[in-house]
Design a protein around this ligand. Structure first.
Ligand SMILES: Nc1ncnc2c1ncn2[C@@H]1O[C@H](COP(=O)(O)OP(=O)(O)OP(=O)(O)O)[C@@H](O)[C@H]1O
Length: 264
């Protein structure tokens, strides 16, 4: 098997027209199990891509490869710097005030309270700069994690189920905030999620990782609106690709009945 060559250039962010990620032939497994094989993936700067797949299909592993935390077994490509990530848990340092947490990844020479305050204002937490992480709600802590990622002005933003632990209302607000801030900061974004609606609501393009390959690469476009035929079609296609039969509540009640009450 040829050696994997994945480069992580330390250069300044590139122009928007360029790719944040370009992988070809990416192959990765653990022990006897191959998670993905010969995979090609391109994410442009400013593009929001969602990655769906069954549990254990290798989504987080692919994200870890893009972060440089795992290596490929084969393949090559380029992942543009700087990169930042937000995970399911906020991963704040409890012994540091909120504004200090925001600066965790910023080179010392660029660190300033002003920079942290600006980043916190963007996520609506300017007033919590001096708070301790333990005093924040789950949604607030996740917004600090988002500020900590965006303050780096990443060329690539990796989101690993960042909304999964939030209540339904907070999740919707956080989804809107993330999409708005991604439009403003224009990183290439890869969102790993289990949630078809979340993927279609947020992403420009939705990928499905299945059987070691990307089996679907769908542009969302006018299908974002669930009530349109295109929206219903895309969601049905994604559920089908994920091996889930869509359930229509009440449909069984309308099934024809044979005379005498037996099911047709
Ligand atoms: N460091 C590791 N060593 C051995 N096996 C691993 C390692 N990391 C992940 N795996 C295995 O690889 C498979 C894919 O894991 P991964 O976390 O990438 O899947 P996923 O699609 O993100 O799953 P989920 O949706 O449940 O989070 C799993 O079977 C997991 O146990």
């Amino acid at each position: 098997m040829p050696p994997a060559i994945l480069s992580f250039p330390k250069s300044a962010p590139r122009p928007l027209a360029e790719d944040a990620v370009r992988l070809t032939g990416a192959t990765k497994g653990f022990g006897q199990k191959t998670l993905f094989e010969g995979l090609a993936l391109t994410i442009r700067r400013g593009e929001f891509v969602a990655l769906l797949g069954a549990s254990g299909s290798g989504k987080t592993t692919l994200l870890r490869v893009l972060l440089g935390l795992d290596s490929l077994d084969a393949g090559s490509g380029e992942v543009t710097a700087p990169r930042a990530a937000v995970f399911q848990e906020p991963r704040l340092v409890p012994s540091q005030r909120v504004w200090r947490n925001v600066l965790m990844g910023v080179p010392r020479a660029r660190q300033s309270r002003r920079l942290a305050l600006d980043a916190l204002s963007e996520v609506g937490l300017g007033a919590s700069a001096d708070a301790w992480p333990v005093t924040l709600s789950g949604g607030e802590a996740q917004r600090v994690a988002l500020a900590r990622a965006l303050v780096l002005e990443p060329a690539l933003l990796l989101l690993d189920e960042p909304f999964a632990a939030l209540d339904a209302l907070t999740r919707l607000k956080m989804q809107d905030l993330v999409r708005r801030l991604c439009d403003r900061h224009t990183p290439g974004t890869l969102l790993v999620t289990h949630d078809v609606d979340e993927a279609v609501r947020l992403a420009d393009r939705v990928l499905v990782l299945r059987d070691r390959r990307i089996t679907l690469d769908a542009t969302v476009g006018e299908a974002r609106e669930g009530s349109t035929p295109a929206g219903a079609r895309l969601r049905a296609q994604l559920y089908s690709e994920l091996g889930v039969d869509t359930f229509v509540p009440g449909a069984a009640d309308h099934a024809p009945h044979a005379p005498g009450g037996a099911q047709a």
